[in-house]
Structure formats: C-alpha cells, structure tokens
Write a protein that binds this ligand. Sequence first.
Ligand SMILES: NC(=O)c1ccc[n+]([C@@H]2O[C@H](COP(=O)([O-])OP(=O)(O)OC[C@H]3O[C@@H](n4cnc5c(N)ncnc54)[C@H](OP(=O)(O)O)[C@@H]3O)[C@@H](O)[C@H]2O)c1
Length: 311
Amino acid sequence: MRYIEANGLRVSRIGIGTWQFGSREWGYGEAYATDVAPALIRRALELGITMIDTAEFYGPAKSERIIGNTLTDPTLALPAHERAAITVATKFMPIAPAEQVLAWQCAGSRCRLQTDALDLYYAHWPNPLVSARRVMQSVRPLLAQGLVKRVAVSNYSLDDWQRAERALRAPVVANQVRFSLIAPAPAQELVPWAAAHDRLVVAYSPLGQGLLSEGRNPFGDAQTKGMRRYMRPDGAEARRLTAVRAVLGDIARANSASWTQVALAWVLGHPNTVAIPGARTIEQLEANAAAADLVLAEDEMARLTQAAAAD
Ligand SMILES: NC(=O)c1ccc[n+]([C@@H]2O[C@H](COP(=O)([O-])OP(=O)(O)OC[C@H]3O[C@@H](n4cnc5c(N)ncnc54)[C@H](OP(=O)(O)O)[C@@H]3O)[C@@H](O)[C@H]2O)c1
C-alpha cells in the first residue's frame, strides 16, 4: 500500500467506498449488508487501507452504522493507536442554512459511527440555495468544539472550494469528485490546485461504477441489477468509454494487471489523489488495494489520458 500526506492528513492512496453498504439501489441484497460489508472493512484494514468513505445519505444511515459497529466490535479489538491512524470520512447534506440543523446531523453521524469526533467531514453536494460561505459558517463551531477534526467538500468547483476555505478560515483539506478515465475533468484544474496547495482530490466512482472492468458489457448488461441498469453511458461519456476500453487491455497485459487496476493506477498517476473504489466482493477489494502499488509508465499514462480525452 502507498500512503499520502496532505495538510497533516495521512491516508492510504486506495480507500474503500461504502455507498454500497446497506443501500438498496446497488441491488446487492441483505446478506451483503450483514456479512460481506463488515468483512470488507476488516479485510481493508488488514490490507493497510486507512481511508473509509461513507455518508449519512448511504443506506440512509446504514452504511455509517455498519462501519461504526464493525470498528468497535470487541472481536476486532482495534487498539486506539490503530483507530487513530484510520480516517473514517463521512458527509452531510447542507440542507438548511442553520447551525442547529448541522449540529444535529453531525451528532447523528457521530452516534452511528460511535466516535466522539468525526475524522473528516464533507459537505456532500453544493446546495444552490445555501452558499458555500454559509455552509462553512455552520461547520466552524463543530471544528471549534472538536466534534470534527477536519473539513472537506465534495462535488465543488475550484471557485467554491476556495470560497469554502476562506469562510471556514481553516484548510478545506479535500475535494471529493467523480474522477476516472470516463470522467477525467478534475485533472485539468482541481488536481493541479490541490498539488500546489497541499490538498487532496479524492476520486469517487474511479471505476466508472464498474464500467471500466473487463467483465462488464457497458452498453447493455442483462446481469446488472439495481440503479445501474438505468445508467447507460451515452454521448461524450460513451465515446470516452469506447476509446478507453480499446487501450485498457494492452496496458493491463503489459503490467500483468487487470483493467480495473490500470484504471485506478491512472487516477493515482496524478499528484495528490486518493481513489475510493467500492467493492462487491473481498476479491475485488484485494485487487483494488493492490492497484496502489501499480505505477504506470509515462507513455501508458499519456495513452490513457489521450483516450479519455475523446469527445
Ligand atoms: N461524493 C459523492 O457524491 C459520491 C458519489 C458516488 C460515490 N461516492 C463514494 O465513492 C465510492 C466509490 O464510487 P462508486 O461505488 O460509485 O463506483 P466505483 O468505485 O467506480 O465502482 C464500484 C463497483 O465497481 C465494481 N468493482 C469494484 N472493484 C472491482 C474490481 N476489482 N473488478 C471488477 N469490478 C469491480 C463493483 O460492482 P459490480 O461488481 O457489481 O459490477 C463495485 O460495486 C462510493 O462507494 C462512495 O463511497 C461518492
């Protein structure tokens, strides 16, 4: 596993995304939530993963509960210093411009995660009715009271990220955005800014929700269950996917790696990035963790970047 430190936050470059935990929309079923999800967290820790990504909205609330229960399970016996090295990142929806509402949301997440202070607290999406400045004004008391250790944003433009930081009067250490070979835009502006200012870009859906795996037929997979059945790529995204899939095989073979590992290595080939793929199985998680150690050659990065630029 490789690690990165930005603004005092040290995390593994591959984390684990947990939207899938307890979420009906993924179609993974009850046994996934009760058995597979806790096993994924335990295995992730064994593999050196120290970034666990969740949100109050996932499940809703079930993902946070599963993580809280797993990390405090006496059979795991996680020593305090090991827990301190793990970043459990969660997110709030900035639904109202009111400090009391956010304090209540934060208390809910702390309770479900069974922790006194949230390691990393993201504003999940910009709210067009509540400015970035107003959102961060509501976060400030949580930081001051020590209920939140670090603050981040998600799905923010660079302007809004900077605006949020000015309003917080403290570093907004990360911006979590959709970033992959089929969604390469963050490489243009967000990544260079993060690299220049000791911040992180956290890549969500780094596998295009599975579209970048060799086994999937991205344009019509009868096996696909849940919401992804209705999420067929089209337009520029479909063209990017076709172009990228045409080169993934070659590069994967040359590196004795899988397509998904190459897709993750491409994200990590950018400075100050972390990728947080979700996983349906332990085998997927293990393959994803191993991708942290795959470093693509310059010409391989360039070939993939060119394919991802298809418009
Ligand atoms: N901030 C936000 O707004 C936001 C939005 C979306 C997601 N997120 C976060 O980012 C995390 C990751 O994004 P995501 O789950 O949407 O998409 P993703 O990580 O791109 O895709 C995850 C899916 O890809 C497949 N997969 C995973 N590892 C694989 C492997 N090694 N080989 C083949 N297939 C593999 C699995 O689906 P199948 O095997 O079923 O195909 C898995 O459920 C989420 O869990 C969540 O924590 C944040």
